[in-house]
Design a protein around this ligand. Structure first.
Ligand code: AMP
Ligand code: MG
Length: 343
């Protein structure tokens, strides 16, 4: 190689290095993709998504988030062998502070909703057996008889000994326990230093912070479609929970019967296709979403408006939707190719 050629080559390399380094300084490296972990709990997929942490820190935080959710699933479900099952069998039992606290909040919401949210509908849930079948409405007489085994006023709580007395009623926390579990997960994540996360349990979720500076994007399921979304939102930190007649139901002679029971009649609630509630915590959002399905859109929206800061978006059985005035503020809508307002 001639001297001139070597000099030209060295210059070209120096220029290339300058451009490369200059570019690097202008555009910082893209942030690492969020950490995502999924497990099966509460009969659904639960996903923890964490942004802004190293893979190792994210993995540790995620494990801390799943631990309390697994504990809630293991203690609050109605299946044999859980703490709730032991209470229902005994009719009176000293329980964990967690179970006591959730039962207490459930009874609070029973009072606030005039009994529309009722954590003693267990016997009716069993009678209708929407999950296990035979997928046929029970006899009216059976419903009347079973109504006698429900009623939130029959439950009493002894704060000192954490003892719950249920008598012959069956405590059923399916309408609120998942929300509590999400709050426990969020608290565990915050305690382990995570600030930017979503915990999503089958579309019910708690979220905090952002995805590397961009707001988290959340889809609200379209109740009449398995895959489409009825809205795509950028919700504020807090919780978004959706209840609806489409989640678990059976059809009989052209009528759809859902897993949400109206405690006043003993029949599955009718009239609301889905209720999406934003609240600061998921336990309250969960109870409110279930209650709105029972109360109907009008009374339901009034209930939510009476418990700030919470907001709701309701789709009637007819497909028409309504929302509280502040819903769009806490959960602004995102432009989305999936967007379809008519379910
Ligand atoms: P969610 O999906 O949160 O609306 O909860 C529905 C579950 O809550 C049902 O599967 C039942 O276990 C329970 N549930 C049904 N009806 C009621 C009610 N009126 N009040 C409280 N919980 C209910
Ligand atoms: Mg609920």
């Amino acid at each position: 190689m001639t001297k001139a050629l070597a000099a030209a080559l060295a210059l070209a390399l120096a220029v290339a290095a300058f451009i490369f380094i200059g570019r690097k300084a202008d555009t910082p490296p893209p942030p690492p993709p969020p950490y995502v972990e999924t497990r099966w709990l509460f009969g659904t997929q639960v996903t923890v998504t964490l942004a802004g942490l190293s893979p190792e820190a994210a993995k540790n935080a995620s494990a801390k988030a799943f631990a309390p959710m697994e504990a809630v699933d293991g203690a609050f479900a109605r299946r044999a062998g859980t703490l709730l099952d032991a209470l229902n069998r005994a009719g009176s039992l000293a329980v964990s502070p967690e179970l006591f606290g959730v039962a207490k909040r459930a009874l609070f919401w029973a009072g606030e909703t005039g009994g529309a949210f009722d954590p003693t509908v267990g016997a009716l849930v069993d009678l209708w057996a929407v999950e296990s079948g035979p997928h046929k409405p029970p006899e009216r007489q059976e419903i009347e008889k079973t109504l006698g085994r429900t009623g939130w006023r029959k439950v009493s709580l002894d704060e000192g000994s954490l003892r719950i007395e249920t008598g012959a009623t069956l405590l059923e926390l399916g309408g609120i326990a998942k929300g509590f579990a999400l709050d426990e997960a969020a608290a565990a994540l915050k305690a382990s230093g995570a600030r930017d996360f979503i915990v999503d349990a089958g579309g019910d979720l708690v979220l905090s912070g952002s995805k590397n500076g961009s707001p988290w994007r959340v889809g609200v399921r379209d109740p009449r479609s398995g895959t489409a979304l009825s809205r795509v939102l950028f919700p504020a930190s807090g919780a978004i929970v959706t209840s609806g007649d489409y989640e678990r139901f059976f059809e009989w002679e052209g009528v759809s019967y859902s897993h949400i029971i109206d405690p006043a009649t003993g029949f599955p609630a009718q009239g609301v296709r889905s209720a999406t509630v934003w609240a600061e915590n998921a336990m309250d959002a969960d109870a409110l979403a279930t209650a709105v399905c029972v109360l109907g859109a009008e009374k339901g929206l009034a209930l939510v408006a009476a418990h700030p800061p919470s907001e709701a978006y309701v789709i009637y059985a007819s497909g028409v939707s309504r929302e509280t005035p502040g819903f769009a503020k806490v959960a602004p809508e995102a432009a989305s190719p999936h967007y379809s307002r008519t379910p």
